[in-house]
Ligand binder design. Structure first.
Ligand code: EPU
Length: 439
């Protein structure tokens, strides 16, 4: 097994442990909270270690289940790692013995598809399990496969696995993604650095997580232009292994979730290490609902001032720089407290409304109309037993539970632990009455 140093072994440290959270609300919070490293940046960066022979060091790694799953998946390929969970330092020793990402791990975490790009780029061979559907939608990976074929890989899908091989050499080519895909852009960015000549990725994802990966590759010798725009040009080049530790930047979705928590509890909160520059559309939406924000001169400290009564708004989720689908559920919990009818249109995933039924159990008045949710407010939320169904749905339930009067028990909280570093502990330090129990 991978060596995970300084594991606390405490509550919430075992994926199969069905923890629940008991929240007595409404909560009134105050103080400062530090934003942890970004999950969706850490995962592609870890997989990119497979490009190298030397150990790769990471810092500010968030303590999450998806990090644990990634290291276990890398371990199943022969890659050893160590993780000091207290200091957030990870070292990956990228010695790949099996070029296989097995179903066992990819079914737990779809980001396992990020093994495909680095394996094809470095070894010209990969067998990666198809992720399958998940709670928020079908989430196929056909764009990844089609794009790899354009660069000269032979790709076959059989028996639940993507089998990719490179018969001669990877050759740069123009690729236009039919829809914006975050992990698809990340996989292709990596492969294109090892393809001969120029690759042009059109309709690329502009998400900060993609830019972070691109910046890392550039710092290691890759020639890439257009990061953060829909057209990225990549020229094949030799990469050098990272000489210094790679620091995981702060998580914009965690920061956005704290804004929703501050608003739902009408609490002034300070966010430390907040990636304000990546949060324009989220800040804009919360301003319209009824919040003010103050940035420190260095812009990494942001104070949130909730200004009720909140106003109903219409929101469409969009790829970056639009309003993130990963903030949709949390914003919806806040809209239950706003005056009037709000509409939340989910344009990225076809089934990302699993939280609606649970929010209704707390008293929310939400109707689903196709890909829109119509939220009527304000309602007085009341505590009840509810169940987490996916990561951001869990965060939404937490936001609502903190606003609700009485006791809420949120079951299956492992979904929350996949993507938020010790959210319950952070909340407790700010004054929330919240307890983790084993079911
Ligand atoms: N799509 C296809 N074919 C493909 C790829 C995508 O049809 O080959 C569709 C998807 O079904 C979806 C849309 O395109 O409807 C966008 O999917 P995308 O590929 O961008 O999603 P992803 O890369 O699988 C990442 C994040 C998600 C986040 C989405 C959208 C990681 C590890 N995951 O997923 O994060 O919601 O981008 O921004 O970066 C989360 O953190 O909770 C989470 C789900």
């Amino acid at each position: 097994m991978p060596v995970f140093l300084a594991c606390s072994g405490g509550k919430g440290e075992k994926a199969d442990q069905m923890d629940a959270l008991i929240i007595n609300g409404p909560a009134k919070l105050s103080g400062k909270v530090r934003i942890s490293g970004s999950k969706n940046t850490a995962l592609p960066l870890f997989f990119s270690s497979l490009l190298f022979d030397e150990p790769v060091h990471y810092e500010n790694v968030p303590r999450l289940w998806d990090v644990e799953t990634t290291l276990s998946l890398l371990h199943s390929m022969g890659t050893e790692s160590s993780w000091d969970k207290e200091t957030g330092k990870v070292t990956v020793h990228p010695l790949v013995k099996k070029r296989v990402a097995p179903y066992e791990w990819v079914k737990k975490m779809r980001a396992g598809i990020l093994a495909l790009g680095p394996l094809v780029a470095k070894y010209g061979e990969a067998k990666v399990s198809l992720p399958g559907g998940c709670a928020i939608g079908a989430r196929p990976v056909n764009f990844h496969i089609d794009a790899l074929r354009k660069l000269g890989a032979q790709v076959e899908v059989k028996e639940g696995y993507i089998h990719a091989s490179v018969p001669s050499r990877l050759k740069g080519a123009p690729i236009s993604f039919p829809e914006v895909t975050v992990t698809g852009t990340e996989n292709l960015l990596i492969v294109a650095t090892q393809a001969e000549g120029e690759t042009i990725l059109q309709n690329s994802a502009r998400e900060p997580e993609v830019v972070a990966l691109g910046n890392l590759l550039q710092s290691l010798g890759a020639r890439i232009e257009g990061l953060g725009t829909p057209t990225i040009r990549i020229w094949g080049s030799k990469l050098n292994a990272p000489a210094r530790p790679i620091s995981i930047p702060p998580d914009r979705i965690e920061a956005g979730t704290w804004i929703a928590i501050a608003m739902a509890t009408q609490s002034e909160l300070e966010l430390e290490n907040c990636p304000v520059g990546e949060m324009e559309s989220v800040l804009e939406v919360f301003r319209r609902i009824g919040a003010q924000f103050e940035m420190s001169p260095k812009r990494d400290l942001m104070t949130i001032y909730p200004r009720p009564p909140y106003k109903a708004v219409d929101i469409d989720t969009q790829p970056y720089p639009g309003f993130a689908t990963d903030m949709q559920a949390q914003a919806m919990a806040v809209l239950c407290l706003a005056q009037g009818k709000s509409r939340m249109r989910e344009t990225i995933f076809e089934n990302r409304f699993m939280h609606v039924a649970e929010l209704r159990r707390l008293g929310a008045q939400i109707e689903i109309d196709g890909n829109s949710a119509i939220i009527a407010g304000p309602v007085m939320l009341q505590g009840a037993p509810i169940m987490a169904t996916d990561l951001r749905a869990s965060a939404s339930l937490m936001v609502a539970a903190l606003a609700a009067k009485g006791q809420t028990r949120i079951s299956r909280i492992y979904h929350l632990d996949r993507g938020y570093q010790r959210l319950d502990e952070k909340l407790r330090r700010l004054g929330a009455d919240i307890t983790r129990v084993t079911e």
